[in-house]
Design a protein around this ligand. Structure first.
Ligand code: GAL
Length: 382
C-alpha cells in the first residue's frame, strides 16, 4: 500500500535518455550515481536517478517477467537500485503502456500488475511510463489508471511519471488517474527552437500544476552542448545563456527538473546553472503556485512571468525570445500593485544573488537575446 505523499513539489533528478540513448550500462549508472553526490546535485535537490528505454531484453522470459539485459546489467536491476540507494538517491526505471516500448522492448500492456510487483521487488521508486504501441481499442486514460493502480498496490511508494506527450486532453484526467507528473509535449531537442516552442506552448497548462501532479515539459538539455548520443535529441546544442533561460523557464513553470546531460563531465557553467539555489527555490516553493504571463507592449518576443511564492514574495522572470538584446519592461500595476498605495518592489537577483534595493512603479532590465533575468521580489516601502 502507498504510504508517502509523493511529488508534493516537482520531482528532480537525472535520466539517461537525452545523452546516452540505448548506450548505457551498470558502470555508467554507478558513476552517474557517484557524480550526483560528488557534484553537489543531490544536495541541490536532485534525488531520482532514472534509467530510460532499452534496459531490458527484447522478450520476456517464459514466466512473462521482464529480463534485464545481462550485458548492460550483469548484476541485475536490484543491484543497481541498491547501489543508487546506498548513495542516498532514489531509483527510477522506464516502461510503456503499450505492447512495446518506443524503442521496441517489451511494454507493460496487460502485464501491469506483474511488472509493478517486479519493480517494487527491485526497489524502484519512480516509473517513467510511455505511450507507444498502445492497442487502438484502449484509451490512454484507462492504461495510465491501470498502471497507477498496480503501483499503488505494489507495496512500495513508486512515483508514476506519465510520458503521455499531451494527447487526448491528458491535463483533464491525469491527476485523477493517480499519476504524479505528465509529459505534455513531444520530445525536447538540444536546440533553442525546441526550448522556445515547448515553453511557449505550455502557458495554458500552468493551471493544471499543483502538489501531487505536475506538467512535465520534458527533460533538461542544459549542458549537452550538442554532444549527446541520441540523434533525435542532439541537433546542435545551445549557448550557456540559452541553457540558463531554459532552466529558469522550467523552474518557474513548475516542470519537473530532470537533468539530461553527462553529469560526470559537467562544465562549471552547467553546474552553476543546474545547482542555482535561488532558481531551484522558485521551482520547489511549497505552495506550487502557477505563474502567469504579462506581455510587453510592442515586442511579442519579450514577456514577464510572475509566480506568487509561499512566503509572500513574487518571482519575476524577464524573458527575451528575440534575436537581439531588448529592454523588457514591467509596470508594477500590471501585476496588481496599486500606484496610490505608494509602495515598490524590493529586488533580489537570482543569478548574481545580490539584493538590489527598491524599484518604484516599473522595472525594465536589458535582457540578452534568448536570455532572461530572474528576481525574487517583495512589496516594500522606501
Ligand atoms: C519517447 C519519450 C522519450 C524517451 C523515448 C524512449 O516516447 O518521449 O522521453 O523515453 O520515448 O524510447
Amino acid at each position: 500500500m502507498k504510504t508517502d505523499m509523493m511529488a508534493q513539489t516537482p520531482p528532480m533528478g537525472w535520466n539517461s535518455w537525452n545523452t546516452f540513448f540505448d548506450q548505457y550500462d551498470e558502470k555508467l549508472i554507478f558513476d552517474t550515481a557517484d557524480a550526483m553526490v560528488e557534484q553537489g546535485l543531490l544536495a541541490a535537490g536532485y534525488e531520482y536517478l532514472i534509467i530510460d528505454d532499452c534496459w531490458s531484453m527484447r522478450e520476456r522470459d517464459a514466466a512473462g517477467k521482464l529480463v534485464p539485459n545481462p550485458e548492460k546489467f550483469p548484476g541485475g536491476i536490484k543491484a543497481v537500485a541498491d547501489y543508487v540507494h546506498s548513495k542516498g538517491l532514489k531509483f527510477g526505471i522506464y516502461s510503456c503502456c503499450g505492447v512495446r516500448t518506443c524503442a521496441g522492448y517489451p511494454g507493460s500492456f496487460e502485464h501491469e500488475f506483474s511488472d509493478a510487483a517486479q519493480f517494487a521487488g527491485w526497489g524502484v521508486d519512480y516509473l517513467k511510463y510511455d505511450n507507444c504501441y498502445r492497442p487502438r481499442t484502449m484509451t490512454s486514460s484507462m492504461l495510465y489508471r491501470r498502471m497507477s493502480m498496480a503501483l499503488r498496490q505494489s507495496g512500495r511508494d513508486i512515483l508514476l511519471a506519465a510520458c503521455q506527450w499531451g494527447t487526448e486532453d491528458v491535463h483533464q484526467w491525469i491527476r485523477s488517474s493517480g499519476a504524479h507528473t505528465f509529459r505534455s509535449t513531444i520530445d525536447i531537442q538540444d536546440a533553442w527552437k525546441s526550448i522556445e516552442a515547448i515553453a511557449s506552448s505550455q502557458m495554458e497548462n500552468q493551471c493544471f500544476n499543483g502538489p501531487g501532479c505536475f506538467n512535465d515539459m520534458d527533460m533538461l538539455v542544459v549542458g549537452m552542448y550538442g554532444k549527446g548520443l541520441n540523434p533525435e535529441t542532439s541537433i546542435g546544442g545551445c549557448s550557456d545563456e540559452e541553457y540558463q533561460t531554459h532552466f529558469a523557464l522550467w523552474a518557474m513553470m513548475n516542470s519537473p527538473l530532470i537533468i539530461g546531460c553527462d553529469i560526470r563531465n559537467m562544465s562549471e557553467k552547467t553546474k552553476e546553472i543546474l545547482t542555482n539555489p535561488d532558481i531551484i527555490a522558485l521551482n520547489q516553493d511549497p505552495e506550487c503556485r502557477s505563474c502567469y504571463r504579462i506581455d510587453v507592449y510592442g515586442n511579442p518576443d519579450t514577456f514577464v512571468l510572475v509566480k506568487p511564492l509561499s512566503d509572500g514574495n513574487y518571482a519575476l522572470g524577464f524573458f527575451n525570445f528575440s534575436d537581439v538584446a531588448a529592454k523588457v519592461s514591467l509596470d508594477f500595476w500590471d501585476m496588481g500593485l496599486s500606484c496610490a498605495f505608494g509602495q515598490g518592489m524590493r529586488f533580489h537577483d537570482c543569478f548574481t544573488h545580490e539584493d538590489m534595493g527598491i524599484q518604484k512603479e516599473f522595472f525594465a532590465p536589458t535582457v540578452a537575446s534568448h536570455g532572461c533575468r530572474v528576481y525574487r521580489c517583495s512589496i516594500a516601502e522606501d
